[in-house]
Design a protein around this ligand. Structure first.
Ligand code: BG6
Length: 513
């Protein structure tokens, strides 16, 4: 165990420039650094949040010079900036300043020599550029290296903290591949690190619209009184993607939709909807409530609560789409799921009897991440002689991406002499109110780690709670790999059996169109 934190007293206020630090990215030659981390750092330097005394040390096995590494990042960030269509304002001054703070170390993650070199490099940065002794180690490596790298960091003294220095470790997902492995990994890294030093990443929590769920619930008076079993009929959480497996066959074949999306991203959304109001906006108060919410979720019964699917060939907008088994690098008889839908219950005073329906899939008809909260119908049908029966129930839809905002559906009188009712929507779009700053979603998370705010990172107990819920499903798929698998056409709504999850109780999914 490292020295307990004594430097948290210096916790900063959000919006201040982060204190000097060094960021060491382990696995910096991968896609994540080019596509997401570096553009996020660029956005942070542009907005004045990155410290002036800062260094970024990329570590990987590839044979690269400092110059070669910088060139790669330069190309990646310029292309990111032009994709996000603000190339006209590309901020050369800030970008060049940032790039000059970047260097590269070649090494093998299992070689103690690498960690000695890193120690010298960090000392050198501090001596020559006053970057302080603070350091963040970002593990952008394959998950099998997480434990190993943390062990080496510990053995080499790199994660020892002191009154004047913090040492933090960001760990990317997937954190384990089932309940036992997640627990074992937590136990392993907690032998070296204090929980306060560990920042388990779930990039969904960096999305503004996801953070807004808490604001919507707890900063407004009108929603919370309705937010319970007395008023809510059911909740649907959808994370639908149009992309297929892309170039990640190796990773996806052994992961599948459940492990890739559910215990982490989807359950984080579920926890934000289900949690009780925290006593304060402190990291631990919030994370305790989120974990309590997940602890109350029924463990999945794979025979009744779940549907899994794999996309076969199909089309979208007249364009033919390959089936999963025809994608590059995928086994022609693969039984990996690219879609899961499930029905969950939450054993709590607030949610008893309210079903939660969750679905996530690749190659769907539409990209849409949203949470729809369907309210109960009025107790007495005053307008029974009109077309009231055809009215959809009141629904609050939290739109997380790509269309960011919220919508409330309710009934209204159609103008005219007769009483006829129609459904209308009250819509809020982020872009109508707030300037949309280009963002990868990683800006907030990297910055929060720099200022020591772990609110948007997963604690050990929350990660384990997520795996616990899905474990019976993972066990079934291990024993019987073809269990429950239904093929659905690419570009469609997903497996037909997913409809039956809701239809048995007279409900239906919101259509992806
Ligand atoms: C990642 C998954 O964690 O999240 C991907 O590994 C998925 O398979 C991605 O596509 C979705 O994130 P976003 O931010 O694109 O919605």
């Amino acid at each position: 165990m490292s020295t307990p934190l004594t430097n948290t007293a210096k916790r900063l206020v959000h919006g201040d420039k982060a204190p000097p630090c060094n960021l060491v990215i382990m696995g910096a030659g991968g896609d994540l650094t080019r596509r997401l981390l570096m553009p996020a750092l660029y956005n942070l330097v542009r907005t004045g949040l990155l410290p002036d005394q800062f260094s970024l040390i990329g570590v990987d096995r590839q044979d690269l010079t400092d110059e070669g590494f910088r060139d790669r990042l330069d190309q990646a960030v310029r292309s990111f900036a032009s994709e996000k269509s603000y190339s006209a304002e590309f901020d050369e001054t800030h970008w060049k300043h940032l790039l000059a703070q970047v260097s590269y170390v070649r090494g093998d993650f299992n070689d103690p020599e690498l960690y000695r070199t890193l120690k010298q490099r960090l000392d050198g940065e501090n001596r020559d550029h006053a970057t302080s002794e603070n350091a963040i180690f970002y593990l952008a490596v394959a998950s099998r290296f997480f434990g190993l790298v943390v062990n080496h960091l510990g053995q080499s003294g790199l994660v020892e903290e002191g009154p004047e220095r913090y040492r933090r470790v960001i760990i990317e997902k997937p954190f384990g591949n089932d309940y036992e492995s997640a627990r074992a990994l937590n136990q392993q890294i907690l032998r070296t690190l204090h929980e306060d030093q560990i920042y388990r990443m779930d990039h969904f929590l960096g999305k503004e619209t996801v953070q807004n769920i808490m604001v919507k619930r707890f900063a407004n008076g009108i929603f919370e009184p309705l937010w319970n079993r007395n008023h809510i009929d059911h909740v649907q959480i959808t994370v639908a993607e149009t992309v297929g497996v892309e170039s990640r066959a190796g990773f996806y074949e052994t992961t599948g939709a459940m492990r890739d999306m559910v215990p982490n991203h989807v359950f984080q959304l579920l926890a934000l909807i289900c949690m009780e109001p925290p006593n304060s906006f402190c990291a631990d108060a919030i994370r305790t409530e989120k974990t309590k919410a997940l602890d109350a979720v029924h463990v999945i019964n794979p025979q009744t609560d779940i549907v899994r699917g794999q996309y076969r060939a199909g089309s979208r907008d007249g364009k033919a789409l390959k089936g999963y088994r025809e994608e590059d690098g995928i086994q022609p008889e693969s039984l990996t799921e690219t879609y899961v839908a499930m029905k969950l219950g939450v054993d709590s005073w607030r949610w008893s009897g309210v079903p939660f329906y969750l679905r996530t899939g690749k190659r769907m008809a539409q990209r849409s991440t949203e949470i729809s909260i369907e309210f109960k119908r009025p107790p007495f049908s005053l307008f029974r002689d009109t077309q009231t029966e055809e009215l959809e129930p009141n629904t609050l839809i939290l739109k997380l991406q790509p269309d960011e905002g919220a919508s409330l559906a309710f009934g209204a009188k159609i103008p005219g002499p007769a009483i006829q009712l129609g459904q209308v929507h009250m819509d809020f779009h982020y872009k109508d109110y707030f300037q949309n700053a280009p963002s990868t979603g990683y800006e907030t998370l990297i910055y929060d780690c720099m200022i020591g705010d772990a609110t948007l990172f997963q604690r050990a107990d929350s990660v384990e709670a997520g795996w616990r819920i899905v474990q019976p499903y993972l066990d079934l798929c291990k024993e019987q790999p073809d269990a429950l698998l239904e093929f659905y056409p690419a570009g469609g709504q997903g497996p037909t059996k997913a409809d039956a999850l809701l239809e048995t109780s007279g409900r239906k999914w919101r259509k992806l169109s």
